[in-house]
Design a protein around this ligand. Sequence first.
Ligand SMILES: NC(=O)c1ccc[n+]([C@@H]2O[C@H](COP(=O)([O-])OP(=O)(O)OC[C@H]3O[C@@H](n4cnc5c(N)ncnc54)[C@H](O)[C@@H]3O)[C@@H](O)[C@H]2O)c1
Ligand SMILES: [Zn+2]
Length: 378
Amino acid sequence: MSMQIDKKKLKNRVSSRKKIIVKLAQRSYPIYIEPGLLTQIHRIIPEFYIGKQIAIITNPTVGNLYAETVKVELGKAGLQPVIFAIPDGECYKNLDVVRDLYSRLLEHKFDRASAIIALGGGVIGDTAGFVAATYLRGIPFIQIPTTLLAQVDSSVGGKVGVDLLEGKNLVGSFYQPILVLIDPTVLTTLPQREVKAGLAEVIKHGVIYDAPFFAWLEKNINHILNLDMKCLSKIIARSCMIKAKVVSLDETERGLRALLNFGHTIGHAIETVTGYDRYRHGEAVAIGMVAAGKLAHSISMLNANDLNRMIELIQAAGLPTTIPNLEISKFLDTIYRDKKITAHKLRMVLPQKLGQVKIVTDISEKQIIRTIRALVEK
Ligand SMILES: NC(=O)c1ccc[n+]([C@@H]2O[C@H](COP(=O)([O-])OP(=O)(O)OC[C@H]3O[C@@H](n4cnc5c(N)ncnc54)[C@H](O)[C@@H]3O)[C@@H](O)[C@H]2O)c1
Ligand SMILES: [Zn+2]
């Protein structure tokens, strides 16, 4: 029997792979998205990385599920992978863990021609990226994001860093990966709550930039929650496309990139006031988006229909739109300490209509108080 390449199968495989380029002159890089991509990476990585030594930085949760597959794949490509696991959790996104990773890289004699893979969610991506950015003044870095939040947001754009005891993300850099590899099938092991939290950033992309995508999300939200792979690939690709576009126009957040903060001014304050343990980041952003929408409606910037559609989609995604209680004074202290405040004026990204937002700089404290009160459950 003669062996023949099944051209149809090959075409299907190749055509289901989506490729998005983050355009940053010489530092441009591709994002590949495809269900099952994890077992294809031995073909892709050697095109971008010609060294031999490579560290897979992960945590035990993700590592037990996927690190061996990645290691075997890298082996097939002739690379020499080592797995460095760090403990799971935001509290390990810190400088002690970074120092420990430097030591392990030195022990294994990693040099400037060696590379790092981040295999995990945003915590791993930010920490491993920071290590890659700073070890020997920077070594090549590949992102394999495994949470929805990391696949649609944190793995794209090059923000890397760690937390200090004084606050989150206070130390970091802009450092772009050479490649982002996204396999949506890894989301089948992700807790539902994490999937929903990631959806907040997807909805955000629709509101800030893409009304047809927002309408598509309204129609397909149940398929997405049921982890339909085609739908997941689409929301990841669309989100990466939007983020990639914004980042390539404003890499270091001097202008346009601020639009990605829609829902985040109030979202961050909610996270801080509730001590980072009541809400996942996406849940706080969901409430923050509702707040921004209500504020925009109260100043006649956003019509009631668009506001309701936004709230209904957030609810349909299983995300919160209200808070049980909140100490307003603590909340105001936090929000006015936020780094996005210039000259005591609160800058907020507000929606004008679905698909379009604007930075507004003259929001008064009274308006903020009224908006927050409207969010608290009666
Ligand atoms: N760099 C950026 O631009 C950027 C943007 C947004 C958020 N962030 C950062 O991202 C972090 C949050 O990231 P996150 O929401 O991905 O949280 P996370 O990295 O803590 O992951 C959430 C949980 O899911 C587990 N997990 C990951 N993938 C899994 C999988 N496929 N199956 C089963 N379990 C899995 C993790 O081990 C963890 O317990 C924060 O530190 C935030 O500051 C960075
Ligand atoms: Zn966010």
